[in-house]
Design a protein around this ligand. Sequence first.
Ligand code: F6R
Length: 606
Amino acid sequence: MCGIVAYVGPKDAGPILLEGLQRLEYRGYDSAGVVISNKGLKMRKVKGRVADLAAAVPARFKGTLGIGHTRWATHGAPSDVNAHPHLSADERIAVVHNGIIENADELRAKLEADGVVFLSETDTEVLSHLIARTVEETESLEEAVRLALKRIVGTYGIAVIDAQRPGEVVVARNGSPIVLGIGEKEMFAASDVSALVRYTRQVVHLEDGELAVLKADGFHTFASDARETAKEPLTVDWDAGHYDTGGYEHYLLKEISEQPDTVARTLRGRLDDRFHIAHLGGLNMDARETRSFRRVKIIGCGSAYYSGQIGAQLIEELARIPADAEPASEFRYRSPVVEPDTLYVAISQSGETYDTLAAVQELKRKGGRVLGIVNTVGSAIARECDGGLYLHAGPEVSVASTKAFTSTAVAFALLALHLGRVRDLSPADGRRICEGLRRLPEQIKEILALEPQIKELAHKYADSPSMMFVGRVRGYPVAREGAQKLKEISYVHAEAYPASELKHGPLALIGPEMPTVAIVPDDELLDKNLTTLGEIRARGGRVLMVGHRTADPKLADDCVVVPKNETELDPILLSIPLQLLAYHAAVALERDVDKPRNLAKSVTVE
Ligand code: F6R
């Protein structure tokens, strides 16, 4: 979604802001802009790419303080005028904003009645006028910003500069992330650490309601009641190299290919071969507490939710605790019953998905115990949870989630092992799972070696108007994620169904024009799955089977055979060929693989 960068220090701000905006491109945007302070505010903004903005910024735009933005249109169409920054009428104040101001229409009407002329259709412009109205009377820009924010209903991450205070930037957060970057006699701020890591690894995350004043020599943070807050900087272990394509044609392919390493990182230091348990110190729970839960409820959005379905299955199988997953976006709105003996687990790659964050906050309000399975260290969801596991999968740049999905499923296997071993999972089964987990990285390499075959299959099936994905029990979340990957990056319509449900309705869709991708592991349901394939073939449907053996050509047109692991862990491996299938279908259809239309990397709005 929208991105923010800000700089104050001794260097020329323009190139730093443009580089930062380029790093944020992966989040999805439609226009971009920068403003630099140097004897007045110098602004350029364009509809289009950051490269278009860079071409439009004149060489004479020099200055050591500035803010920049990539916009994802909400109020008003993508256009040069609606792009951020937005200036006050006297061009003294400039604002960039992520989020949505819900009472913007009402505030705009009041300001217009007072004679303010608006240039754009955006909700953000309200803020620049509100700040400009009080800045004359207040002692500081910080106070003017705080007074303006008091009148706002909605979510925001903002950065503000004042032409008459050329040494400071004010940033604030409520529901939309802001991270400060601490440099040597220079300060940065951004909506995402990716824009900062080239310059510094020392960061500070703002909490909701916090505001910060940045000057070249440091920063101060304040709560909404103006009390100064104390913040400990965090060191991020992601570097700029993580944000390069590393010689791959797309980030997506790079991230799929990284999975042997990223899975190894998720596992590192967490498996105990003596007692066949998982070491998960970050859960902050002793064995007695761990045993006290009678249910597990998992929440997340999109692919995170599907990985949660794999997680629920793992927890039920290994720990024998009833577990289920639900979209966080639904959970938060249905006034959930929060029980003291339920363990809640929130999943998020970005750690900033608004629906998931709001669901966690609702759980906390009601006294729920919430663990986070999160990739981004120090992110809002990680901070909000009582404990959890980081994925350590490195930054995921491509909009479609792959390595974070896989690492989340692996993290659930660790959690299920942990919950199981403090209950009834035997040492022998614990050992079996530990050994299975250790085999995953090598087995993922074997699956990646199937890429030429999967590419060919993607070309064969990519021109289908629609595809069905089916799986039973452990295979069903794999099918759902496979359908999600295909539709989001190739725009081919795809539906996922439990294989057992086909005959209760969707079988009517099956015919030569609707191929089926069937997830058929070698488990206790193999025969049932093969019967389903027979039913599909009998209706003239084509079948691409993903499983552990080749099928009779009467049952499947094509087979992708993946290595077998322990039955409970097989869904982790079965998902990987579907990532490659979606990737190569999207490339064959010439889609914008890393930035699919209408999607953003982290959805920080409702
Ligand atoms: C799909 C995808 C999305 C995300 C979802 C949650 O490929 O990336 O469905 O999984 O928006 O995002 P996080 O995990 O950042 O909370």
